[in-house]
Design a protein around this ligand. Structure first.
Ligand code: FAD
Ligand code: NAI
Length: 463
């Protein structure tokens, strides 16, 4: 009889966990995945990436019709919002995709162990009254919403991202606490559908972690779209009465406060790793000051046989980072060499326009040494101009001596798609000249990347 039930047991079936389980099974390892949700796919497929993009896409159509954008192109329509149908197509996409993972588990012979897993030892977990043993256990438990002290989320008047995906009517006034990715994406959804959106952000700019010029451009663009931005402002309290909220705010540096009335308040101040109730004590594994599980380069924790990936470990909390780590950890468990290049992980905010970047910001790059920067405005890109989407720019940052590309930032309607070529170029160690001399199809938004690269060493043609 085998010493363990499984070669690999993955805890959590998000983009990190389900990918790790499938790859482990593909590599011939007997694999199971414990997941406590009713459906597979984790935060991303159930309440994150996928449903938010479904609402972003649908609301963009409504806005294009309602704002007169379509009329400008000769398509005159008076839109009528059917919010139930909009939610219906969102639920449908989620159902299809989560069902797809269940199909992939069956196809690859990954056993789904339904329920919450708690470590009993380094090689066994309890799920309900069942004990499952495995030679290797991968922690892929993801993250959940960071609460704002003193503010209770009721998912009606005060919501988190999950509640904000499900609102059954468009709020008259929406106050968003946190000007990060979730605040801007979901704020955009409801703003496009007619809500008056106010974003309260503690820092003096939106989108921490992104390039300085991108952050400034974001503030300009969201203001132009009608959002009220209260930057360098802190929330001191939220009171709910009669189905409405009053949000007390004051300058982050101190000073006179004010109150904001809201039909709905969205709390989006970040996410924190899921380790509670996992029984880490039973295996002697501690978390760091940020509550994350530390691993080495191979995603091994300090406890032999226990590995960790995704939002629960340090690094950006992104689905594609979790997926790549899922593949790498499975390959490492199988004795292969699984590597993730954490210097080249793109990040995208899926608003209109999209904000995307990969590698170093200009500020980070300057701190490390001498750089050259090339910039090109989307206004001068023929496709963006023709599509009446002139907002944004591309910025390519290269090492002054070697010309190696250190970072690329795009603000454009399809920046999320454009950034893939920059990530690939950086993965191959490209110079700005390599990008500048790569033939790009015309007319495409991506030509702006080529022109920004040309601007690093010489001159772009179209400006
Ligand atoms: P998760 O997806 O969080 O999955 C962990 C799973 O583990 C969960 O299903 C949980 O139920 C399960 N679990 C936890 N503990 C246990 C246990 N003890 N036993 C059994 N099961 C357990 N990222 C992007 O890259 N692009 C986006 O567009 C994007 N949009 C987002 C939008 C929103 C609104 C949110 C909230 C997040 C978004 N993200 C996006 C982030 C993305 O969802 C996460 O980075 C990603 O899901 C992390 O994957 P993971 O596998 O580490 O964890
Ligand atoms: P975030 O970290 O992106 O932004 C949170 C914002 O809240 C920050 O700007 C922060 O300064 C601000 N903040 C913190 N405390 C505050 C307070 N008390 N008052 C006012 N502002 C405060 O976190 P967010 O938006 O909650 O998203 C969580 C994570 O989910 C993201 O970091 C990202 O990793 C992931 N995500 C990714 C998406 C994508 O890739 N498109 C989409 C949505 C989420």
């Amino acid at each position: 009889m085998a010493e363990y039930d499984y070669d690999v047991l993955v805890i959590g079936a998000g983009p990190g966990g389900y990918v790790a389980a499938i790859r482990a099974a593909q590599l011939g390892l007997k694999t199971a995945c414990a997941e406590s949700r009713e459906t597979l796919g984790g935060t991303c497929l159930n309440v994150g990436c996928i449903p938010s993009k479904a609402m972003l896409h649908a609301s963009e159509y409504f806005y294009a019709a309602a704002s007169g954008e379509m009329a400008k192109m000769g398509v005159k329509v008076t839109p009528e919002l059917d919010l139930d149908a909009m939610h219906g197509q969102r639920r449908d996409s989620v159902k299809q995709l989560t069902g797809g993972i269940e199909f992939l588990f069956k196809k690859n012979k990954v056993d789904w162990i339904k329920g919450r897993a708690t470590f009993a030892s380094a090689h066994s977990v309890k799920v309900g009254d069942r004990t499952v043993t495995a030679k290797n256990i991968v922690i892929a438990t993801g993250s959940s919403v960071t609460p704002l002290p003193g503010v209770t989320v009721d998912q009606k008047v005060v919501v988190d991202s999950t509640g904000a995906l499900e609102l059954d009517k468009v709020p008259g006034k929406l106050v968003v606490i946190g000007g990060g990715v979730i605040g801007l994406e979901l704020g955009s959804v409801w703003g496009r559908l007619g809500a008056q959106v106010t974003v309260v952000e503690y820092l003096d700019q939106l989108l921490p972690g992104m390039d300085g010029d991108v952050r400034k451009e974001a503030a300009k663009i969201f203001k132009k779209q009608g959002m009220t931005l209260k930057l360098a402002t802190k929330v001191t309290g939220v009171t709910v009465k009669g189905g409405k909220a009053t949000v007390a705010v004051e300058p982050a540096a101190g000073g006179a406060g004010e109150t904001l009335e809201a039909d709905v308040v969205l709390v989006a101040i970040g996410r924190r790793p899921n380790t509670e109730g996992l029984g880490l004590d039973a295996i002697g594994l501690a978390v760091n000051a940020r509550g994350q599980i530390e691993t080495d380069h191979d995603f091994a924790t300090k406890v032999p046989g226990v590995w960790a990936i995704g939002d629960v470990i340090p690094g950006p909390m992104l689905a594609h980072k979790a997926e790549d780590e899922g593949i790498a950890v499975a390959e490492n468990i199988a004795g292969l060499t699984g590597i993730v290049n954490h210097d080249v992980i793109p990040g995208v905010v899926y608003t209109m326009p999209e904000f995307a970047g990969v590698g170093l910001t200009e500020e980070q790059a300057r701190e490390k040494g001498e750089i050259k920067v090339g910039k090109f405005p989307m206004l001068a890109n023929s496709r963006a101009k023709t599509n009446h989407q002139p907002d944004g720019f591309v910025k390519v940052i290269a090492d002054a001596k070697t010309d190696k590309v250190l970072g690329v930032w795009c603000v454009a309607s399809v920046a999320g798609t454009m950034i893939a070529q920059a990530a690939q170029a950086m993965e191959f160690g490209a110079t700005s000249e390599d990008i500048a001399y790569t033939c790009h199809a015309h007319p495409t938004h991506s030509e702006a990347i080529k022109e920004a690269a040309m601007a690093v060493t010489g001159k772009p043609i179209h400006i």
